[in-house]
Design a protein around this ligand. Structure first.
Ligand SMILES: [Zn+2]
Length: 142
């Protein structure tokens, strides 16, 4: 586990507006604390700096692990993951009720590897929609 300064963690959480920057659930609604995620992991030369960090729910972070790309299920070509520091969520995904529809290769590989539309996640987001808590709004994505 990499040491990340408290002030840097707070900056990441504030910038994300308490949202998981991959699946858009809010930090306030989960029983588990969110993770500060290295978008490009240290093993792939990523650095512990604001431009390489994002806020992630535990499920997204654990499924992404140290991956940075995958095979696009549609084109069968290698595609990098959506990068929340370099790309806008709405350019790569479209929320359709609880379903996160990918719009690009970067979106498709992320939806696939992070299992963003698994039954468990859809049930959770369906409930959150009923409570008016989904999707979470990331301040800088507007
Ligand atoms: Zn998530």
């Amino acid at each position: 586990m990499t040491y990340i300064a408290y002030s840097m963690k707070q900056a990441v959480i504030k910038r994300a507006g308490n949202c998981c920057e991959y699946c858009l659930i809010t930090k306030d609604d989960t029983l588990f604390s969110f993770h500060i995620e290295h978008i490009i992991p240290l093993r792939h030369t990523g650095k512990t700096e604001l431009e390489n960090l994002c806020l992630s729910c535990p499920r997204c972070n654990l499924l992404k692990a140290t991956d940075i790309a995958s095979i696009d299920p549609q084109t069968k070509l290698l595609a990098p993951f959506f990068n929340p520091r370099k790309q806008k969520w709405v350019d790569h995904f479209h929320p359709d009720g609880p379903i996160i529809k990918p719009l690009t290769p970067e979106g498709r590989v992320l939806v696939n590897v992070l299992q963003l539309n698994s039954d468990k996640r859809l049930s959770q987001r369906t409930l959150m929609i009923k409570l008016g808590q989904y999707p979470c709004k990331i301040p800088e994505s507007e």
